[in-house]
Design a protein around this ligand. Structure first.
Ligand code: TXA
Ligand code: MG
Length: 332
C-alpha cells in the first residue's frame, strides 16, 4: 500500500525518507522517486522500484546550493550558474568531493555526481525537513513516460513505494537540464527546463557529448540515445497530419480531420507545451488504445526555448524499443 500524503504531511514524508523509505514528491519539472542518497539500501530500492535495468547514476537533490556544494567540487562556473538558476530546473554534474556522504551506487560508481536544488516549494520543504541529500530519478517505471501528477506516479509505482506527496501538477513538465561541468568546456548532457541559450549567455559556448575532450571518468551521457519516455503506442515525429488510425499530439491548430487530439499549446507556446507534454502522451496512449488506434502522430515543435527539451523527449519516445530480455539501457 502506498500512502497518499498531502502538503500538510510534509514532516511525515521527511521522516519516512530519513528512515530509508521511498517517497515520491513533486518538483517543478516532474515527480521524483526519492530515497536517502547516503543509504545504499534505499538507493538500491529506487532502482528496484523503477525496474531500472542498469545502474545509471541518479541526481541528488538538496534544499540549498550550500548543501549541494558540500558533496561536489564546485568551481566558479558552477557557483555562477547556481546563483543564477537555483533553485530551478538545472542539474550540475561535478567532480565528487573526496569526503562526500553520497553513496557510490547513487552515482553509479562514477567519479562525478549530479546535484540539483529544485524550486518547487513542497520539494524544498521536504528537503529542508529531511535534512539529507535525496536521490530521485523521475517517479515512473523505467522507460515509461515521466509523471507530472501524483496519479501518474501511482499508475506505475502503487505498492512499490511507501508514499507519494501530492503537490498537484508540475509547472515545467520536462526534466531538468543536465550540464556537465567536469571538463574545460561545459557539456549539455540533457536539454531540459533551463534553455541552453540561457546557460550559454553566462558560460559561453556549450559542447555536446562526444564533441569535446572529456574529463577522465567514462560514462558521460548514460542512456542518451535509448528508447525512453515511451507510451505503449508507437510515436511518429514531425507529422503534418494524423493518419486514419493515429491519435494526434497537436502543437498549434490541428489539421482538419484529426480524430483523437491532445492540444499541447493552441498558441504554439513551448513553455505551455512542455508543461502538458507527458500528461498528453499518457492521455493519448490510454484513449488511443481504448479506441483501437495504432499510433500517435506528433506535430512539429520548433527547437527554440523549451522546444529543444520537448523534441528530445519526443525523439526518445519514438526511438526503436529494446526487445524484452535484450538488456535495455533505458536510463530513467
Ligand atoms: O528534473 C529532473 O531532473 C528529475 C526530477 C525528479 O528532479 N529527475 C530526473 O532524474 O530526471 P533521472 O534519473 O530520470 O535522470 C537523471 C539524468 C540521467 O540522464 C542520468 O544519466 C544523468 O542525469 N546523470 C546523473 N548523474 C550523472 C553523472 N554523474 N554523469 C552524467 N550524467 C549523470
Ligand atoms: Mg526519467
Amino acid at each position: 500500500m502506498t500512502l497518499r500524503l498531502t502538503p500538510g504531511d510534509v514532516s511525515r514524508a521527511a521522516a519516512l525518507l530519513r528512515t530509508g523509505e521511498l517517497v515520491a514528491f513533486p518538483t517543478e519539472t516532474v515527480y521524483g522517486l526519492g530515497g536517502d542518497a547516503r543509504n545504499p539500501a534505499a538507493v538500491a530500492a529506487i532502482y528496484a522500484a523503477k525496474g531500472r535495468p542498469s545502474f545509471n547514476p541518479l541526481i541528488s537533490h538538496f534544499a540549498s546550493a550550500e548543501a549541494a556544494f558540500r558533496e561536489v567540487l564546485a568551481d566558479d562556473r558552477a557557483r555562477a550558474v547556481a546563483a543564477r538558476f537555483w533553485p530551478g530546473p538545472l542539474t550540475l554534474v561535478l567532480p565528487r568531493a573526496p569526503d562526500s556522504a553520497i553513496d557510490l551506487l547513487t552515482g553509479a560508481g562514477l567519479s562525478s555526481l549530479a546535484v540539483r536544488v529544485p524550486a518547487h516549494p513542497l520539494a524544498h520543504a521536504l528537503l529542508e525537513q529531511a535534512g539529507i541529500p535525496v536521490a530521485a530519478p523521475s517517479a515512473n517505471r523505467s522507460g515509461a513516460v515521466s509523471p507530472t501528477t501524483a496519479a501518474h506516479v501511482l499508475d506505475g509505482l502503487e505498492g512499490r513505494i511507501a508514499a507519494v506527496l501530492d503537490g498537484g501538477p508540475c509547472a515545467v513538465g520536462v526534466e531538468s537540464t543536465v550540464l556537465d561541468l567536469t571538463g574545460a568546456t561545459p557539456v549539455l548532457l540533457r536539454p531540459g527546463g533551463v534553455p541552453e541559450a540561457a546557460l550559454a549567455a553566462l558560460l559561453g559556448p556549450i559542447g555536446r557529448p562526444g564533441t569535446v575532450a572529456e574529463a577522465a571518468g567514462g560514462l558521460k551521457a548514460p542512456g542518451m540515445m535509448t528508447s525512453h519516455y515511451a507510451p505503449a503506442l508507437p510515436v511518429r515525429l514531425d507529422a503534418e497530419a494524423a493518419q486514419r488510425a493515429e491519435a494526434l499530439l497537436a502543437f498549434g491548430p490541428p489539421p482538419p480531420g484529426a480524430g483523437l487530439v491532445f492540444q499541447l499549446s493552441a498558441g504554439r507556446d513551448t513553455v505551455e507545451a512542455a508543461a502538458r507534454l507527458f500528461a498528453g502522451l499518457r492521455w493519448l496512449d490510454a484513449e488511443g488504445q481504448r479506441l483501437g488506434l495504432t499510433g500517435i502522430a506528433a506535430m512539429p515543435v520548433p527547437e527554440e526555448g523549451l522546444g529543444a527539451a520537448i523534441r528530445d523527449r519526443l525523439r526518445r519516445a519514438a526511438a526503436p524499443r529494446p526487445r524484452q530480455g535484450q538488456g535495455s539501457k533505458a536510463d530513467a
